[in-house]
Design a protein around this ligand. Structure first.
Ligand code: ADP
Length: 668
C-alpha cells in the first residue's frame, strides 16, 4: 500500500508516517511538504490513499482534495487537521472527502482505523461499481432495457437500451410524450417477493409497433420501495410466432379446401367452398371467382364471398373489356392495384368496386393446362392491404381452384358421355327387344298357321291310305307313307317351336314345386317310351323342393329324361339316375339353391359341343340315327333362364352324360 502524506509541518508528517508504519506492515509512505513535491506525486500517481492537512502554507486542504479527486476520483482522501471548521468539513465531504479527523495525539490513534475503513469502503465501492458496470454492459449486450420507478409511478432511472427499445432519444422525450405508462406497474400491482411478467404491444413515437416483455420486481432501496424492471424487445419472436400461427392456419385451410373440393361436385360448388375457407385468411372485404370465355369475351361470376353489398352477384356476366388487363393474366401474372384512388384509369368493373368503397384490388389468374380459365379476385377497403404472404396464399388457392375446376369439368363431361352412352345402349336394347319379340311373334304365328294345312295334309294322306290303298302299287304306297311321316315330323317341329316361342311370350308365375311329385308325373307320361326302351330309371327320393314355374319345370324335366333314354347306343339298356343336391348361394342365385341332376349311360357328348347343343335346331346326329327336332335343350335353357335359374352339363364320350338344372330352394 502506498500512502501520500501532505503536510507542511515536518513533525506532523513524521508522526503520521510513524503511525502508519506501525499499523501497516507493507506500507510505503510518500511525504509531501512543498508544492513541487505535490506536483511530482501527482505526476507519478503511485499512491493509493492520501492523508492531507487543511492549513498549508501554499494552499489549503480543499484545493488539494479537489485536485486529487479531479485526477483520481476513486482514490480516497482523508483530512487530518486541527484548523478546520465544521463548515469546511461539510464542504470537503461534498467534494468527495472520504473522512475527516481532528489532528491531536488522541486522534492520531484513530487515524489508522480510519485509513483501514476508508480503504475497505473504497474497495467495496469499487467492487460495487465494477459489478454494476458489468451488469450494465451485460444488459446492454443482451439488449435489455432497465428501469426503476417508485410505486407512485415516478420514474427514477432508465438505461440507454430502454430508450432505444422504445425508439426514444432521451428520458425527456419519454416524459414529454407522457407515454408508455402501461409499462410501469403501480403500488398494489405487485407485492414483495413477487415477479410481474407481461407481454405488451406498444406503438413507438414513429408509429411502428413493437412487442415487449416487461419483468418487474418490488424491491426496497434505502428503506424506500422501488420497482425494478426489465424491458425486452420480443417483436422478432412474436412475429415468428404469429407467422407460424398463420402458416398453420393456412395449412389447415388448404387441407380443408382440398377436402371440400373433393366433396363438391360442380365448379360453382368448388369455388364457393374455396372462397369460404380463404376469406378469413385474407385481410379483404371481397373475394370472388370469375370464369372467362375467351371466345365470347365474357366473364361470369362463379362464386362470391364478401361483406354485404360489395362486389358482383353470382351468375352476373360482363364483357372482358370491362374487367381488366386480361393479357397480363394470360401471362400467369396477377394484377394488383394498391390504391384505386391513385390509379389513372379504371376499367368499368374496377370503377364500380371503387364506388363501393374498395381501394385495393388483386386479380390472380386461374390457369388450367396452360389456359386462362378465370380469375380469383380480391378486394379490400384499405389501400395496400395484402402482404406478400397474403399474395402467396391467393396464388395457392387460385392454383388449387384451377385443378379442381378442371377436374370437375372433366367429371361433368364424363358424366354427360356416360349418360349419352347409356341412352344409346338402352335405345339399342329396346330396338333389339322389339326386333326379337317381332321375330318370336312371327315364329309363333308361322308355326301356329302352318299347323292347319299340315293337319289337312295328314288327314288327306290317311284317307288316301285307308280308302285308296288298292289303287296304288307298293311304290306309291311307300311314297304315301313317307309323306305321312314327314308330316308327322313337321308337326313335331311345329309343336316344339310353338312351345319354345311360347316360353318367351307368357308370364311364368313362380311357386314352390315338390320335385318328387313332378318327376313321378313325368315318368308316368313317359312310361310307353321307357317300356319300349326297357329303360331303368332310379330317383333318389326325397328330392329337395324348389321355386319355379310348374309347367316349365315339367317340360324341362321331360326333355332331359327323353334325351337320356334316347341317346343310348343300340342294344344298351338305358340307365338313368335322378337326384338333387343343395348348393350355397353363388353366382346368379342369391339364395340357397337346389341342383337337380339327370344322369344317363348314353353315348356322351364331346366337350366342344357343350354350348352348341343348347341352341335352337342344333343337333349332333342324323334323324335316322336319333330322331328329334333340335329344340329340346333350347327350351330347357330358355325356360330355366326365365325362372332365374341356371343349367349345365358334364359328359364323357361313350360313358354317358349328366345334365343339371339349378333353381332357388323352397324354404318352408
Ligand atoms: P333333340 O333331342 O331333339 O335332337 P335337343 O335340343 O334335345 O334336340 O338336343 C340337341 C342335341 O344334343 C341332340 O341332338 C344330341 O346330339 C345332343 N344331346 C342331347 N341330350 C343328350 C344326351 N343325354 N346324350 C347325348 N347327347 C345328347
Amino acid at each position: 500500500m502506498h500512502i501520500l502524506i501532505i503536510d507542511d509541518d515536518k513533525n506532523d508528517r513524521f508522526m503520521v508516517t510513524r503511525e502508519m508504519r506501525r499499523e501497516f506492515s507493507d506500507v510505503e509512505v510518500e511525504e509531501v511538504g512543498e508544492p513541487e513535491e505535490f506536483e511530482q506525486a501527482l505526476a507519478a500517481g503511485r499512491f493509493d490513499l492520501t492523508i492531507t492537512d487543511y492549513q498549508l502554507r501554499w494552499t489549503n486542504g480543499l484545493e488539494i482534495l479537489r485536485t486529487l479527486k479531479q485526477r483520481f476520483p476513486e482514490r480516497p482522501v482523508i483530512m487530518f487537521t486541527n484548523t478546520g471548521t465544521q463548515e469546511i468539513a461539510v464542504e470537503a465531504m461534498k467534494s468527495g472527502l472520504d473522512d475527516y479527523i481532528l489532528k491531536s495525539p488522541k486522534h492520531l490513534v484513530r487515524l489508522s482505523t480510519t485509513v483501514r475503513s476508508v480503504l475497505e469502503r473504497n474497495e467495496t465501492r469499487r467492487r460495487a461499481n465494477f459489478y454494476e458496470n458489468r451488469l450494465q454492459s451485460l444488459l446492454d449486450q443482451l439488449n435489455v432495457g432497465v428501469f426503476r420507478v417508485i410505486p407512485d409511478g415516478r420514474l427514477l432511472e432508465v438505461n440507454s437500451v430502454f430508450l432505444r427499445v422504445l425508439g426514444l432519444n432521451s428520458l425527456d422525450e419519454l416524459q414529454s410524450i407522457g407515454g408508455f405508462s402501461e409499462i410501469f406497474s403501480k403500488a398494489g400491482d405487485i407485492t414483495p417477493q413477487q415477479r410481474r411478467e407481461r407481454e405488451l404491444k406498444l406503438r413507438k413515437p414513429d408509429g411502428s409497433s413493437i412487442w415487449v416483455s416487461v419483468n418487474e420486481t418490488l424491491n426496497t432501496n434505502q428503506g424506500e420501495s422501488v420497482i425494478d424492471g426489465l424491458v425486452e424487445d420480443i417483436t422478432g419472436r412474436k412475429r415468428a410466432e404469429e407467422s407460424l400461427k398463420r402458416y398453420a392456419t393456412r395449412l389447415r385451410t388448404l387441407q380443408e379446401l382440398d377436402r371440400s373440393i373433393l366433396r363438391a361436385i360442380s365448379p360453382a360448388g368448388i369455388a364457393q367452398a374455396a372462397l369460404a375457407f380463404t376469406y378469413p385468411l385474407l385481410p379483404c372485404q371481397l373475394l370472388d371467382v370469375m370464369l372467362f370465355n375467351l371466345e365470347t369475351q365474357q366473364a361470369t361470376v362463379l362464386a362470391v364471398q364478401s361483406n354485404e353489398g360489395i362486389g358482383c352477384s353470382i351468375g352476373e356476366s360482363f364483357s372482358l373489356q370491362d374487367f381488366g388487363d386480361i393479357e397480363t393474366l394470360q401471362q400467369n401474372q396477377a394484377l394488383i392495384i394498391e390504391n384505386l384512388a391513385e390509379h389513372p384509369r379504371l376499367y368499368r368493373l374496377q370503377q364500380r368496386l371503387f364506388d363501393q368503397g374498395i381501394h385495393f384490388i388483386m386479380n390472380v389468374p386461374v390457369i388450367a393446362q396452360g389456359q386462362l380459365i378465370g380469375s380469383l379476385n380480391v378486394g379490400a377497403i384499405q389501400p395496400r392491404s395484402l402482404t406478400d404472404e397474403d399474395t402467396d396464399n391467393a396464388y395457392e388457392v387460385a392454383n388449387q381452384l384451377a385443378i379442381a375446376i378442371q377436374q370437375s369439368r372433366m367429371r361433368e363431361e364424363l358424366h354427360r358421355y356416360t349418360e349419352q352412352l347409356e341412352e344409346l345402349v338402352s335405345n339399342r336394347t329396346q330396338q333389339l327387344e322389339e326386333a326379337n319379340s317381332a321375330l318370336e311373334a312371327f315364329a309363333y304365328s308361322i308355326s301356329h298357321d302352318l299347323q292347319e294345312p299340315l293337319r289337312a295334309m295328314r288327314g288327306f294322306a290317311t284317307i288316301l291310305l285307308e280308302e285308296y290303298d288298292t289303287a296304288l302299287n307298293s311304290v306309291g304306297q311307300d311314297l304315301l307313307y313317307r309323306i305321312a311321316s314327314s308330316v308327322d315330323r313337321m308337326d313335331n317341329l311345329l309343336v316344339d317351336l310353338l312351345a319354345y316361342s311360347r316360353l318367351s311370350r307368357v308370364d311364368l308365375p313362380l311357386q314352390p314345386i315338390n320335385l318328387n311329385l313332378l318327376v313321378r308325373q313325368v315318368l308316368t307320361q313317359l312310361e310307353p317310351s321307357l317300356e319300349e326302351k326297357q329303360a331303368q330309371v332310379t330317383v333318389a327320393e326325397p328330392l329337395l323342393e324348389v321355386v319355379g314355374n310348374y309347367r316349365t319345370v315339367e317340360q324341362i324335366v321331360t326333355n332331359l329324361l327323353t334325351n337320356s333314354i334316347k341317346f343310348v347306343p343300340a342294344g344298351v339298356q338305358p340307365q338313368v339316375h335322378v337326384w338333387s343336391e343343395r348348393r350355397d348361394a353363388s353366382g346368379a342365385l342369391r339364395e340357397r339353391s337346389v341342383r337337380l341332376w339327370v344322369e344317363d349311360n348314353g353315348i356322351g357328348i364331346q366337350s366342344q359341343h357343350y354350348e352348341r347343343i343348347f341352341g335352337v335346331f342344333e343337333r349332333l346326329h342324323s334323324i335316322e340315327a336319333y330322331p328329334g327336332t333340335g329344340i329340346g335343350l333350347a327350351i330347357v335353357r330358355k325356360g330355366i333362364e326365365r325362372m332365374g335359374g341356371q343349367v349345365g352339363m358334364e359328359s364323357e364320350v361313350g360313358r354317358g352324360s349328366r345334365f343339371w338344372i339349378e333353381l332357388p330352394e323352397f324354404i318352408k
